[in-house]
Design a protein around this ligand. Structure first.
Ligand code: PLP
Length: 419
């Protein structure tokens, strides 16, 4: 397009943008949480389980730090470890991740002498774009974050291996291996194999924080599967190098689910000793509710199909809007995820902040640009995370139309500056 054509297009898009602003919209694509319809799928959890709970007085009492045996059995299958390697806790896996990082940093993964902090400025690797709350955990604990690019099949493993080999103060890496937040990528078998080798080349007490938050959260029936990291680590003799996390936050109730953790028995023993300083036992009644509700792993996965039926049309609405509005324009690119909670969109470099601000001006709230990078700084200022699970389809369609207009307008203005 020549400068004159660009100017015409800019005028046309500005007019569209002003018309949208007049509509006084108030839409929100920031919330990576289940919709009310999704929460309703699990309302049976609120039924009466008093007979079962009364059958064993221990359930209502203190104790059982690692969770009730039935819950350990059921949720061990979600994270692919043995029941005796599983701890089932309270409602938040993020809490377990924070404790794991805090304990490693200050109290040691194997007794006080092994605390990371005694070795110097500790670092963790952060595949980017990634989950902001992982990054906040490290930042809060004074752990420096080193970004590593996330490729289509997982983190850039050449870079990961190079870094951990050269710097023994790199003590960990954050991962969302299936339906990564926000890109939706699933780590390939080769990448998982390479992860299992890291424990052999990294500095001492290195730990992989394998946050399998979306283990079951497919939206596409044929979504890629994830290799079992614990099995591969066991073969490589590195089973102590991985901590695996999961929860039912987006399976049952985000505020009242159960979280779980998988580790080698040796790690679990060490972790439990320290966890025992923070609580005498978890909410075992809620664990029982979950076991009674699902009964089997098969029923648990069938339940996820019902979530997919609610989520898929919402994802499709965003993708259709992007496709119709932006395909072939060169004004950005996006990934079609097979699961998870997000669509990751890249503007042209330098434009994300502007697009988010314009959308806000037009009544569509988006996650702040930069949120998917350590310290909130996207060096290319291009990544935007779109979360379509909560709004109605009509609202998603309207919000996507606004988003597309903002992307086009910001891009055309950028092209004009450089024309
Ligand atoms: N891990 C990832 C990758 C997430 O996206 C989220 C929530 O969005 C969480 C963990 C939070 O998990 P929980 O609710 O179990 O604390």
């Amino acid at each position: 397009m020549n400068a004159e054509e660009l100017r015409d297009l800019e005028a046309q898009l500005s007019e569209q943008f002003d018309a949208i602003k007049q509509r006084g919209l108030n839409l929100d694509l920031t919330r990576g949480k289940p919709s009310t319809e999704q929460l309703n799928l699990s309302n049976e959890l609120l039924g009466d389980i008093s007979d079962k709970a009364l059958a064993d007085a221990n359930l209502r009492n203190y104790g059982g730090l690692q969770g009730i045996p039935e819950a350990r059995e059921l949720f061990s299958k979600v994270i692919g470890v043995k029941p005796e390697e599983t701890l089932v806790g309270g409602n938040s896996s993020l809490t377990l991740m924070y404790f794991a990082a805090h304990f490693a940093m200050h109290l040691g993964v194997e007794g006080p002498d092994s605390a990371w902090m005694y070795e110097g400025q500790i670092k963790m690797l952060a595949p980017v774009p990634g989950y902001d709350r992982h990054f906040s955990v490290s930042e809060t604990l004074g752990i420096e974050l080193i970004p590593v690019p996330l490729l289509d099949d997982g983190p850039d493993m050449d870079e990961v291996e190079r870094l951990v080999k050269t710097d023994p103060l790199i003590k960990g890496i954050w991962c969302v291996p299936r339906f990564s937040n926000p890109t939706g990528h699933v780590y390939s078998d080769t990448v998982v194999e390479r992860f299992a080798q890291l424990g052999k080349v990294a500095g001492k007490n290195f730990r992989i924080f394998w946050d399998n938050a979306y283990a079951l959260h497919f939206i596409d029936d044929n979504a890629a599967q994830l290799a079992n990291i614990m099995d591969v680590c066991r073969k490589a003799g590195t089973e102590d190098s991985v901590y695996i996390f999961g929860s039912t936050s987006k399976v049952t109730f985000a505020g009242a689910g159960v979280a779980f953790l998988g580790m080698s028995e040796r790690n679990l023993g060490n972790f439990s000793k320290l966890l025992g300083m923070t609580q005498i036992g978890p909410d075992k009644i809620n664990q029982l509710r979950h076991v009674e509700f699902f009964k089997t792993y098969e029923q648990l996965t069938a339940h996820m199909k019902r979530h997919a039926e609610l989520l898929k049309p919402r994802f499709d609405a965003v993708l259709k809007g992007l496709e119709e509005g932006l395909a072939g324009t060169g004004a950005g690119q996006w990934i079609t995820p097979q699961g998870g909670y997000f669509i990751s969109f890249d503007t042209l470099p330098g434009l994300a902040t502007e697009v988010v601000a314009m959308a806000a001006d037009a009544g569509v709230k988006l996650t702040p640009a930069g949120a998917t990078y350590p310290y909130g700084k996207d060096p290319d200022n291009k990544n935007i995370r779109i979360a379509p699970s909560v709004p109605s389809i009509a609202d998603i369609e309207a919000a996507t139309e606004v988003f597309v207009t903002c992307v086009k307008l910001a891009t055309v203005r950028h092209w004009l500056k450089n024309a």
